[in-house]
Design a protein around this ligand. Structure first.
Ligand SMILES: [Zn+2]
Length: 274
């Protein structure tokens, strides 16, 4: 699943081609990716609308169309691309949403397995949507104290809490594993047992790693591609994710991989993280 750095990369790539453009013809190949909106309402909401801005919230791309907002939640295999040329048959095959722009380009939401979702929200819907999500980790209002408050209330494993979108936006399995390693915190540790010093370290490592991953255009493990169709590079800098059984880069101990904390793989060094 693309996390914050991957969606941020996509949004930065497609933004220059979209802002100020008017949407013309729209075509949706399958209804099963729509949430809370019908095909008819999607078409009428998009057609003739001008893209005011393009930004990211949590792991989602948002197109502000004035009266409405189109939310794209890319699943494992979802991506957003602006094409300057006709699509190849292979590109057209997996293009779920196609929106013609007034300069002849085309915005395409492509999703091979169609695990992604599309929402079209009015102002009230947007408020409900965004208020249900926690702070953006790179925004000024995300402070060590705010992180500490979320963690202090929870008996759950710290890894689960920082991946819970109600507490923190945009962090998924890859960056949770990396941030906890960098901060020297055992991912299974009950969140409320962390100290204020842990909060400060974890807060700063979450930010540092997300920013470094954005600078590398995100992490491509399998399907993720940037808004220009290329791979990210942060997979080359991962210290624990995908390295279970391999030596810790800091102390040489064999890294532990477990599915006991949540359904996802957790990888950590039992010597460097406590
Ligand atoms: Zn180690």
């Amino acid at each position: 699943m693309p996390e914050l750095p991957e969606v941020e990369t996509i949004v930065r790539d497609i933004r220059p081609a979209l802002v100020g453009r008017r949407i013309g013809r729209v075509a949706l190949s399958h209804d099963d990716i729509l949430r809370g909106v019908t095909r008819r309402r999607l078409y009428s909401g998009l057609r003739g609308a001008t893209v005011q801005s393009v930004f990211r919230r949590a792991k989602h791309a948002v197109l502000d169309l004035g009266a409405r907002r189109l939310i794209v939640q890319p699943g494992m295999t979802g991506s957003l691309v602006v094409y300057h040329r006709p699509l190849t048959p292979d590109e057209a095959r997996y293009a779920v949403l196609r929106a013609e722009l007034d300069d002849g380009r085309e915005l395409v939401y492509r999703d091979i397995r169609r695990i992604g979702k599309l929402l079209l929200l009015d102002a009230a819907g947007w408020r409900r949507y965004t208020e249900a999500i926690g702070p953006e980790p790179l925004a000024p209002d995300f402070t060590p104290d705010r992180l500490g408050t979320s963690l202090g209330r929870s008996r759950q494993a710290v890894k689960k809490v920082i991946m819970d979108q109600r507490h923190l936006a945009g962090v998924g399995n890859i960056y949770a594993n990396e941030a906890l390693f960098a901060a020297g915190i055992d991912p299974s540790k009950p969140a409320r047992r962390l100290t204020p010093d842990d909060h400060r370290r974890l807060h700063s490592e979450i930010r540092r790693i997300l920013e470094a991953a954005i600078a590398s255009n995100g992490t491509t493990v399998r399907d993720y591609r940037t808004g220009t169709g290329e791979s990210g590079h942060f997979q080359l800098e991962l210290l624990v994710y995908g390295r279970e059984g391999e030596p810790c880069r800091r102390c040489g101990t064999r890294l532990t991989g477990t599915h006991l904390i949540d359904a996802r793989i957790s990888v950590f060094c039992h010597r460097c993280q406590s």
